[in-house]
Design a protein around this ligand. Structure first.
Ligand code: HDD
Length: 696
């Protein structure tokens, strides 16, 4: 039987044998991808055979006149389109954005008006890897949101890090050439751990701040639902009275900000390369939508476009939340999976120039270059200038654009005069006034000599990298040291390693010394910024217990396991939106009395990365070495572990210290046990269990 997902999809409506109803279904707005009950050519001609080419006799050559064969093969030949030059690997979901209304004082953008609900499509991605690469590599994650607003589409094309590698878009081809696989052998895939990347970032030291973010836990998120998102650039918002402010956009995940540990990321890249997209799709299907709140840091629109000495046009700088509060102005809920990856996730086209009245860009030179790149790249990727007509890109607002013809034109236009003004079509369509919702650029003075230059303030490349490092908890710092050491030890060129150490010396002497020690190189002297005040908001380690919706609990069960207890635990876990999987030595069903449990994972086919917590059921006797590896990994990765009844003996046999933090024991599956387990799950990790860097 096909999976539920497929069974529930509407079958194409059957039609009368005359085909009349099918003709109607394909006309005008009601155009459908799969209408009618018969297999047809792309011209709608019904087919009686799709398995045999038209030949001159059963043993004869194939005839050129076989239009069905030629159409079928030609279409197949062109099924792949060029993948995105960056952000090729992605996954997406539909949803809704609901505005709280408190942004109305700073912007007239209609979708931020109180109570307004706007349909959205959000695509998450990695940057460097090809379309078939693994989800969990160390990389930046794209966080692109398309709002289908009543005033036209607004795209917030951001990342999961608030800063960027470079200050000027003219260097984008260079940083990407350096990060992509090396040109001679096309290795490594989806990795920054190679010579050209580190060569570039150590020569362009403006990358230092972004690189330390990428080397931190932010480079390996636990899931899309636990990532922060950022618009990166400073935007200029305009309210109904024409007043302006400078604003940074933030996405705050309701599930908290959490990451994998590096060993998990590496295991997942082999054991489940689809780890993030599977997690998102499964979570949504299980009724646990992804939720993020949109936040604004509202800053005064000053003449020099700086705030507390921070140049707001420099995309390598953030504004610490302690200096400017992030005000939450609405909520994004992603609760519907796409049904056609290609039509939706692959063909969606985001663009920083998709703006609505009330939101303007600034002169940030990175943003300025982006304004050119997106439309340009999409012309090739989507095969011509009409991709805005694709259902996933099509605005929900009325479109009447005087753009005509071109490849893949699917609109059938009317009228004679696609130009303005005209007398032939009564001067239609009309121009709108600002009051009628037209996008009218705010008049702003532009003057200055024609130069290729940066403002002097862009010369500070290190102070915010220092800020980031000093804002991290001990365990996060240990991860950063490990990440730099891992990546740099993959380089062939010792001078590049040494140059990176020279850069780190200007960030923090201890960071530099620890990485140098791991590489077996001397730590150079530097001149790190003094008096940097840490920003606790940058650390993602928290003692708070967060929501557990979308998390996964594995229950290890043997033939004699307490199945009634498993049933009770499943209830408790599912009540919080999490999922429980029974893990056993072999597949099939476990039965005990009237209780029955289906085995969902076997030791052979599962790895620790699939679970946020693993619990051993009472009555389980197991000494399988694969189980020992599973339990030890969960322990080493500081995730919740537990057992009830004599299940504790299985933990002990695997060498687990059952008195360690985050290990939950109970006599049976009753309130205190389930409550403690859910608390441990909500804490994400028992970091106090972490072993010192270098010995993990
Ligand atoms: Fe970009 C895709 C985010 C700088 C040129 N970018 C792309 C996507 C995201 C970002 C999330 C994937 C969208 C999707 O899911 O389809 N890019 C950023 C951020 C940047 C940034 C946050 C800096 C703050 N990008 C940037 C620069 C340039 C580009 C400076 C070029 C001058 N980006 C592109 C592109 C892509 C793209 C080549 C590739 C595929 C696409 O646009 O449609 O135009």
């Amino acid at each position: 039987m096909p999976p539920k997902r497929q069974r529930d999809q509407a079958a194409p409506k059957s039609t009368s044998p005359t085909g009349k109803a099918e003709v109607a279904a394909n006309v005008g707005d009601d155009r459908r991808a799969q209408a009618g009950r018969y297999l047809t050519t792309s011209q709608g001609v019904r087919l009686n055979d799709t398995d045999h080419s038209l030949k001159a006799g059963p043993r004869g050559p194939t005839l050129l006149e076989d239009f069905h064969l030629r159409e079928k093969i030609t279409h197949f030949d062109h099924e792949r389109i060029p993948e995105r030059v960056v952000h090729a690997r992605g996954a997406a979901a539909h949803g809704t954005f609901r505005a709280y209304g408190n942004a109305e004082s700073v912007t007239k953008a209609g979708f931020l008006a109180k109570g307004r609900e706007t349909p959205v499509f959000t695509r998450f991605s990695t940057v460097l890897g090809s379309r078939g690469s693994a989800d969990t590599v160390r990389d930046v994650r794209g966080f692109a949101v398309k709002f289908y607003t009543e005033e036209g589409n607004f795209d917030l094309v951001g990342n999961n890090m608030p800063v960027f590698f470079i200050q000027d878009g003219i260097k984008f081809p260079d940083v990407i050439h350096a990060g992509k696989p090396q040109p001679d052998r096309e290795i490594p895939q989806a990795q920054s751990a190679h010579d050209t990347f580190w060569d570039f970032v150590s020569l362009h030291t403006e990358a230092t701040h972004h690189v330390i973010w990428a080397m931190s836990d932010r480079g390996i998120p636990r899931s899309y639902r636990t990532m922060e998102g950022f618009g990166v650039h400073t935007f200029r918002l305009v309210n109904a009275a024409g007043e302006t402010s400078l604003v940074k956009f933030h996405w705050k995940p309701v599930a908290g900000v959490h990451s994998l540990v590096w060993e998990e990321a590496q295991i997942a890249a082999g054991a489940d390369p689809d780890f993030h997209r599977r997690d998102m799709a499964d979570g949504i299907e299980a009724g646990a939508p992804l939720e993020f709140e949109l936040g604004l840091q509202v800053l005064p629109d000053s003449e020099d476009e700086t705030f507390e000495g921070i140049d707001l046009l420099d995309p390598t700088k953030l504004v610490p939340e302690e200096l400017a509060e992030v005000v939450l102005v609405g909520k994004l809920t992603l609760d519907r999976n796409p049904t056609d990856y290609f039509a939706e996730t692959e063909q969606v086209a985001f663009h920083t120039g998709h703006l609505v009245p009330g939101i303007e860009i600034t002169n940030d030179p990175l943003m300025q270059a982006r304004m050119f790149s997106y439309l340009d790249t999409q012309l090739t990727r989507l095969g011509g200038p009409n991709f805005a007509q694709l259902p996933i890109n099509c605005p929900h607002a009325a479109v009447n654009d005087n753009l005509r013809d071109g490849m893949h034109q699917t609109a059938i236009h009317q009228g004679m005069a696609p130009y303005k003004p005209n007398t032939v079509d009564d001067d239609q369509p009309e121009l709108a006034t600002e009051a009628e919702g037209a996008y009218v650029h705010l008049p702003r003075e532009v003057s200055g000599p024609k130069v290729r230059a940066n403002p002097v303030s862009f010369d500070d490349h290190f102070s915010q990298a220092t800020l980031f490092w000093r804002s991290m908890s001990q365990v996060e710092q240990a991860h950063i040291v490990e990440a730099y050491t891992f990546e740099l030890s993959k380089l062939f060129e010792k001078p590049i390693r040494e140059r990176v150490l020279g850069v780190l010396a200007n960030v923090d002497a201890e960071l530099c010394a620890r990485v140098a020690a791991g590489l077996g190189l001397p730590a150079p002297e530097g001149d790190p910024a003094r008096g940097v005040v840490p920003s606790p908001a940058l650390s993602q380690v928290t003692t708070e217990v967060g929501p557990v919706a979308g998390r996964v609990v594995g229950v290890v069960a043997g033939p004699g396991a307490d199945l009634a207890g498993i049933g009770r635990l499943r209830k408790a876990v599912e009540a919080k939106g999490a999922v429980l999987h029974v893990v056993a030595q072999v597949g099939g069903e476990l039965t005990k009395g009237r209780a029955k449990e289906t085995v969902e994972r076997t030791f052979l086919a599962t790895r620790s990365i699939e679970y946020d917590a693993v619990v051993v059921a009472a009555g389980t006797v197991a000494n399988d070495p694969r189980l020992v590896v599973l339990l030890q990994e969960v322990f080493r990765h500081c995730k919740a572990l537990g057992a009830w009844g004599d299940g504790a003996a299985v933990l002990e046999a695997a060498g687990i210290d059952t008195s360690a933090p985050g290990v939950v024991l109970g006599d049976s599956v009753a309130k205190p046990f389930t409550a403690d387990l859910l608390t441990a799950l909500g804490r994400h990790r028992a970091w106090d269990r972490a072993v010192p860097a270098g010995t993990a």
